[in-house]
Design a protein around this ligand. Structure first.
Ligand code: MLT
Length: 210
């Protein structure tokens, strides 16, 4: 499917170096600008691509609809995941990018997990901050060898640690190379998230390969 990237509100910052681009996916109520400073901190050399979620809930942008907190509209999630994959493809052509590494927070981490399960070829890997299991039944996926870092909060009131462990197990069972760290944190981003994500991305050292 071709897509005009002007149809998707997004921010793009070219990378000063040759690192693999980061796809930044914000949380509920965020915008395309939210994660740019975080992206620059954890991947100083990378191009940054940040779409705004196309759904609004009481005026707050999100990447897909939900029926209640933690209860997802899975048909909408599948559809929006396809839309996001099409946007990524169009943005790669437009900006000359290789398959990006996703960096998603909360709702953005959840659609990144869905993308890994439904269209893993679109991503080089992912950092998922405070994600949860996106589908009640995990789709059969081949995520062979893709690196995934999951950062969970031990005191997260939205995502029980057991749920994040289940996601790690599902992604591992599909072949992903998963590192799951549980931090002494709640749902919000902490300094430890920033240092762990930066260190993990540095250790991958994936170059941009358009
Ligand atoms: C979601 O709806 O994706 C999760 O509940 C996280 C959130 O956005 O609050």
């Amino acid at each position: 499917m071709t897509q005009d990237i002007r149809d998707v509100v997004h921010a793009f910052e070219p990378g000063p170096g040759t690192a693999r681009p980061l796809l930044l996916l914000h949380g509920t109520g965020g915008s395309e600008h939210d994660l740019l400073p975080l992206g620059r901190m954890v991947a100083p050399d990378a191009a940054l691509l940040a779409p705004r979620g196309g759904v609004t809930e009481n005026g707050m942008p999100r990447f897909f609809r939900r029926l209640a907190e933690g209860v997802f509209d899975e048909a909408d999630l599948r559809r929006r995941t396809g839309d996001l994959a099409a946007f990524i493809g169009a943005a790669q052509d437009r900006y000359g990018l290789g398959a990006p590494l996703a960096l998603g927070f909360s709702n953005g981490a959840n659609i990144a997990a869905s993308l890994l399960m439904l269209q893993p070829e679109v991503l080089a890997g992912a950092v998922l901050i405070r994600p949860m299991v996106p589908f009640a039944e995990p789709p059969a996926a081949d995520i062979a060898g893709k690196p995934v870092l999951i950062l969970s909060g031990a005191m997260d009131p939205i995502v029980p640690v057991e749920n994040a462990r289940r996601l790690a197990a599902q992604l591992t069972a599909s072949g992903a190379s998963v590192e799951h760290r549980i931090l002494p944190a709640g749902h919000g981003l902490s300094q430890a998230d920033v240092s762990l994500a930066a260190g993990w991305l540095r250790s991958l050292a994936l170059p941009n390969a358009a």
